[in-house]
Design a protein around this ligand. Structure first.
Ligand SMILES: NC(=O)c1ccc[n+]([C@@H]2O[C@H](COP(=O)([O-])OP(=O)(O)OC[C@H]3O[C@@H](n4cnc5c(N)ncnc54)[C@H](O)[C@@H]3O)[C@@H](O)[C@H]2O)c1
Ligand SMILES: [Zn+2]
Ligand SMILES: [Zn+2]
Length: 341
């Protein structure tokens, strides 16, 4: 099989590798579409998981079940599937609480071990989620990023009728907007420095778009009767925006801490005000288990506009170009590697 190996930051090499064999409890997946996400770019640029290299990245993947080990039941060979990328030990305190990302032995496909920029990948069969045959692979490849967004909305208890601010209209911010729309949040106010991205978010279901940061506070207060929003989701990873978010929440409102900052960044939370206003800050990282199922259900039933995420496609042989040109293609919210291309 072909595998795109990131041999060193900034350089992929396409290698021939033997097709791996599923061991006990495992399934072999024939990979069809793999999305490139911000984390992949960080790995490509050497800013993340550098000690995993050389490695085959790729964690936003879908394909078909090509084979299963003799002890695996319940998976249909030939059927479409998505895969939960987070591998917990399954036995520790955190795994039993379904907080797999806190498992001390957690591994992540394409981040701490080989991933899916290859014709095949072997995965734990328990992490394979069968997908409906009618859903195209380009849509299925969006399950993992949407699962991150689903988890954040669940953790922040977003419900219909709530006002929401989404800071950042990048690929993930756009998905936050779309999920909020599906939930029935209203109004949805989106902000990004890029007018084009604000417009894309408006096209995907936001009610109010703000590209001038000076206008944001006024726009939010204006749209919420001067109270502030029920929920503010930071989806940029900018410390100044986190502080701004504290000022955009209503009394009793929630801040969904989602955009990743550097490890040393601090949020100066006014303690007394937080108590008296009964505000909360809720962190959320990745998506797994139920989040994957729910994301797949929403995609399968057409609740998410996928077109801005599926139009940019590259064959595996051009993965280097695909990564290098992402900054020049802001109108493509996602780039997918298509194995069959
Ligand atoms: N917590 C999780 O589970 C999780 C999962 C996936 C991604 N993330 C994080 O979410 C964030 C968003 O992901 P993405 O892929 O959309 O990122 P991205 O970098 O592609 O997009 C960020 C957007 O923010 C905009 N922006 C930058 N500075 C801004 C500012 N000061 N004000 C308003 N807008 C600004 C940019 O124009 C861009 O459109 C990232 O920090 C990413 O690491 C978190
Ligand atoms: Zn990702
Ligand atoms: Zn564990």
């Amino acid at each position: 099989m072909r595998a795109a190996v990131l041999v060193t930051p900034g350089r992929f090499e396409i290698e021939e590798r033997p097709i791996p064999k599923p061991g006990p409890g495992e399934a072999l997946i024939k990979v069809e579409h793999v999305g490139i996400c911000g984390t992949d770019l960080h790995i490509f640029n050497g800013h993340y998981a550098a000690d995993s290299l050389p490695m085959i990245p790729g964690h936003e993947f879908t394909g078909t079940v090509a084979a299963v080990a003799a002890d695996v039941t319940g998976l249909h060979v030939g059927g479409k599937a998505v895969v939960d990328m987070n591998i917990g030990c399954g036995r520790c305190f955190w795994c039993r609480k379904n907080e797999i990302l806190n498992c001390p032995d957690m591994r992540q496909m394409g981040i701490t071990m080989d991933g899916a920029f290859a014709d095949y990948i072997v995965v734990p069969a328990r992490l394979v989620i069968p997908a409906p045959d009618h859903v195209p692979f380009d849509t299925l490849a969006l399950t993992e990023p949407l699962a991150c967004v689903v988890r954040a909305a669940r953790k922040a208890n977003v419900t219909f009728g709530q006002s929401a601010v989404v800071m950042g209209a990048g690929p993930i911010g756009n998905m936050h907007v779309q999920l909020l729309r599906t939930i029935g949040a209203a109004p949805i106010i989106v902000t990004d420095l890029s007018r084009a991205r604000v417009q894309m978010a408006l096209d995907c279901g936001a009610d109010i778009g703000v590209s001038d940061p000076e206008r944001l506070q006024h726009a939010v207060m204006d749209a919420t009767g001067g109270r502030g929003a029920d929920v503010v989701i930071e989806s940029v990873g900018n410390t100044a925006l986190y502080h701004m978010a504290l000022r955009l929440m209503r009394k009793g409102g929630h801040l969904a801490a989602f955009g990743l900052t550097g490890p040393e960044e601090k949020l100066a939370l006014p303690i007394l005000e937080t108590i008296l206003r009964e505000n909360s800050v809720k962190g959320s990282v990745a998506g797994m288990g139920q989040d994957m199922h729910d994301a797949l259900t929403l995609l399968a039933h057409g609740r998410i506009r996928t077109e801005p995420f599926t139009r940019a496609r590259f064959p595996l042989a051009e993965i280097q170009t695909a990564f290098e040109t992402i900054p020049d293609r802001p109108e493509d919210l996602k780039t997918q590697i298509v194995l069959a291309a």
